[in-house]
Design a protein around this ligand. Structure first.
Ligand code: NAP
Length: 509
């Protein structure tokens, strides 16, 4: 590990601003000193990306597929050093590191499979009809084409699967767009290692220099300069609402505004019916204590809000959930800053009128370790105070007690946009769920039935996105094959000579 930036195929570090990553388990900085990219290096990376785009955009799908597969192989070849660096920079355990590496490699191979033929580009042919009256019909042929260089902001909570060569990068490279990664400062070492794998693969597969760059930074300037660069044509982001919104606004202020696909905060409401409380209260408390604490609550699909209706057994359920959740051992959070934000936001929710602490992890913990907290509040208080609606990133859930179905629907309608909503209900209640499903559908991108929101399957039918602020454009998913559609635009060829058409549109001309 060098701590340098990858500007195209070169490793450069001309800057004077340096920083280190942090091991939250050992509670000390890691060794490598990373050098923040300078404005000249940023300019060089975007220059190379624009130049690379001219040839990369028309590279055959099969060649880009070979490039993606080579990235996957090179990531696996990094072996133990990647896993150890990931753990030291995130505090996440080895099993998670290996699982996330598998997901990263799986995504790269999935996109390679997708672009093996051009069907994903939706080639569409409307043949000419010279005999049509009163005006002859022209020959029109349409294809999805890549947008241009894409800037990807890595996610703090997915150092591999949603960072350097994660879902955004894999889908943009698959689409034919060069990628410049603004590496996440919390895991810059993991980022550099993965970047080295991408560069090796690009050179071996004969890809143009500039198809990929990886820039270090520990402040917001590098990201801002990248988003403002006229050569950049789209942005992918995963992180906080504040960060995503700032970049979205910046991109909108450019002379040429560009799309920012930001996936941001979510409290993922879970509706628990009276029937579910009556029949399987204990089972739900057990399942949800695990979901709330999974990965120390640091998942974008973490169930932060449980919506219930007053009924017999509800008090017992809430106490049982509290007991079971706080009995799960405390674990390290990703970084001291994430830990302090968790403490501060949880306390802010607890200090609101009507908010009551149900249970709190109370054993001594190491620095940066987070124990779970469960709180409860009435539907009436929740409706009056939007501070109770905010995401507490970590193992925290707020149980809202609504007085009846009408108030429950009102609570759902009052929420901001969410990635997911979950319904736990019994078969005999299905006929009464229409209003809840309607309200939820207006607020979320995916509804889970009788399950947990944590765990996002990577497949064609997955929607990982939702109304703002879950994402900045609810028409697209950030996970699965269809996420490639964020980086392309439709383009039509009218009355083009056959020899000038792309291969896939030449048919029957
Ligand atoms: P973040 O603060 O949004 O930062 C994400 C990336 O965006 C970082 O690389 C950051 O750069 C950059 N950035 C942020 N604001 C920017 C701005 N105004 N202009 C330019 N670049 C900007 O998220 P984070 O560091 O991953 O975590 C902080 C909090 O975000 C967490 O505590 C959590 O609440 C939330 N979060 C939510 C999810 C989710 O899926 N719901 C996932 C991750 C994080 P620098 O760090 O270099 O400044």
């Amino acid at each position: 590990m060098t701590g340098k930036n990858y500007i195209g195929f070169q490793q450069l570090a001309a800057g004077s601003m340096t920083f280190r990553t942090y091991d939250p388990v050992q509670d000390r900085p890691n060794d490598t000193l990373f050098t923040e990219a300078t404005s000249d290096e940023i300019e060089q990376a975007t220059f190379l990306a624009e130049k690379a785009f001219r040839s990369y955009r028309t590279t055959e799908g099969s060649k880009r597929a070979a490039f993606l597969r080579a990235i996957a192989d090179e990531i696996l070849a990094l072996d133990e050093i990647l896993i150890q660096t990931y753990m030291k920079e995130s505090g996440l355990p080895q099993g998670r590191a290996i699982g996330e590496r598998g997901r990263t490699v799986g995504q790269l191979r999935m996109f390679a499979e997708l672009i093996g033929d051009d069907a994903w580009r939706k080639p569409t042919i409307d043949r000419a009809d010279p005999s049509r009256t009163p005006v002859p019909k022209p020959d029109l042929r349409k294809l999805l084409i890549p947008l241009g260089p894409v800037v990807v902001f890595g996610a703090s909570n997915f150092p591999l699967a949603y960072s350097t060569a994660g879902g955004d990068t894999a889908s943009a490279l698959a689409a034919g767009c060069p990628v410049i990664v603004k590496s996440h400062p919390m895991h810059a070492g993991t980022g550099e290692l993965v970047a080295s794998a991408v560069i090796k693969a690009a050179q071996a597969a004969g890809m143009p220099e500039g198809v990929f760059s990886n820039l270090n930074s520990s402040g917001i300037e590098v990201g801002k300069l990248l988003v403002m660069d006229p050569k950049v044509k789209a942005v992918g982001f995963t992180g906080s609402i504040g960060g995503g919104r700032a970049l979205f606004d910046l991109a909108a202020q450019r002379d040429e505004p560009i799309p920012v696909f930001a996936e941001m905060g979510s409290v993922n409401p879970v509706i628990i019916s009276r029937g579910a409380i009556k029949n399987r209260s204990g089972e739900i408390a057990t399942t949800y204590s695990k979901s709330i604490t999974l990965g120390t609550g640091q998942f974008c699909t973490n169930p932060g809000l449980l919506l219930t209706i007053d009924c017999e057994g509800l008090d017992e359920f809430i106490q049982d959930l509290g007991r079971k959740t706080v009995s799960v051992d405390a674990h390290s959070m990703l970084h001291p800053n994430i830990h302090s934000a968790f403490q501060q936001k949880g306390s802010e929710v607890l200090s609101q009128e009507g908010s009551v602490l149900v249970a709190e992890y109370d054993k001594p913990t190491q620095n940066n370790y987070a124990g779970a907290r469960i709180a409860t509040v009435s539907g009436e208080h929740f409706l009056r105070n939007t501070k109770l609606h905010q995401e507490v990133f970590g193992p925290f859930s707020l149980v809202v007690r609504c007085k009846d179905e009408a108030e429950l629907v009102q609570v759902i309608q009052s929420l901001e946009g969410q990635l997911t909503g979950t319904i736990l209900a019994e078969k005999e209640e299905y006929t009464n769920l229409a209003a809840v499903i309607d309200a939820l559908q207006d607020r979320v991108g995916r509804i889970i039935f009788n399950g947990v929101p944590t765990g996002v399957e990577v497949c064609d039918a997955m929607t990982h996105g939702g109304p703002y602020p879950a994402s900045t454009d609810s028409r697209f998913t950030a996970v699965g094959n269809h996420s490639i559609l964020r980086w392309v635009r439709p383009f039509s060829y009218q009355d083009f000579p056959k020899e000038l058409l792309p291969e896939v549109l030449k048919e029957a001309k």
